[in-house]
Design a protein around this ligand. Structure first.
Ligand SMILES: *[C@@H]1O[C@H](CO)[C@@H](O)[C@H](O)[C@H]1NC(C)=O
Ligand SMILES: *[C@@H]1O[C@H](CO)[C@@H](O)[C@H](O)[C@H]1NC(C)=O
Length: 209
């Protein structure tokens, strides 16, 4: 025990000098680790914001139908007018719609669809999409035609609206890859007797990314 003690005492001046010189690499490593941690944190935050934004919100604000007819051979012709509101709830993320397709169906049987031109939605933006989907002599199943005739007699038809879009998100300078978004809005109750929108019940769509 005794022999090892004296040498450290003698080398103490060196040891005192060493920490001063050794502090720089240690400090550098600490600073580097902190910076790395910050960068990783930032990368995670950006990825989170870019890839996992809040769900976009869609509602059907208004719906009406014109020139509605079901022929004897169970073919439907109609012009469906929809006002769809798309809301981006994000504070820092803008959304680019590369394409959007809106279709309308009765009991899951699509009767009309339309492509919406590409558009961009800034944070917190509300965009109204007013569109007309035209059915021109579209064949319905026997069951569906009968059901739709019954609904027409009662004055209100029950439709579904489907939205399929290719979207990407952008925060600062980073853009996510394109993803497919789907929304289903149901039941959209349309008064076939009048063109009036009075009493239309707005429909909140269910979305899936
Ligand atoms: C038809 O639509 C309903 C919702 O309106 C859904 O639950 C059901 O899975 C759909 N069926 C098919 C075959 O897509
Ligand atoms: C949302 O953006 C569209 C087009 O970018 C614009 O026409 C509309 O006025 C905006 N809505 C709001 C509520 O800022």
């Amino acid at each position: 025990m005794a022999p090892p003690n004296p040498p450290p005492r003698r080398t103490q001046p060196h040891h005192q000098a060493l920490p001063a010189r050794g502090l720089n690499p240690v400090l550098c490593i600490i600073v580097a680790l902190i910076l790395l941690g910050l960068l990783v944190g930032l990368a995670i935050l950006i990825t989170y914001l870019t890839l996992r934004p809040k769900r976009l919100v869609y509602t059907v604000e208004a719906a009406s139908v014109q020139d509605f007819a079901i022929a004897k051979d169970d073919h439907i012709s109609a012009k469906f007018n929809y006002v769809i509101k798309s809301y981006n709830p994000e504070k820092h993320v803008s959304v680019k719609y590369h394409s959007m397709r809106i279709s309308t169906a009765h009991h899951n049987q699509s009767v009309a669809h339309k492509e919406i031109p590409a558009f961009k939605q800034h944070p917190k933006n509300d965009t109204r999409i007013e569109t007309q989907l035209v059915s021109h002599n579209v064949a319905l199943s026997k069951f569906n035609a009968k059901d739709l005739r019954d609904e027409t007699t009662k004055g209100v038809i029950e439709m579904e609206v489907y939205i399929t879009a290719r979207v990407s998100y952008k925060t600062w300078i980073l853009r996510s890859r394109r993803r497919t978004l789907k929304a289903v809005c149901t039941p959209v109750m349309i008064d076939v007797k009048s063109n009036s929108l009075n009493g239309f019940q707005r429909v909140l769509c269910r979305t899936r990314l």
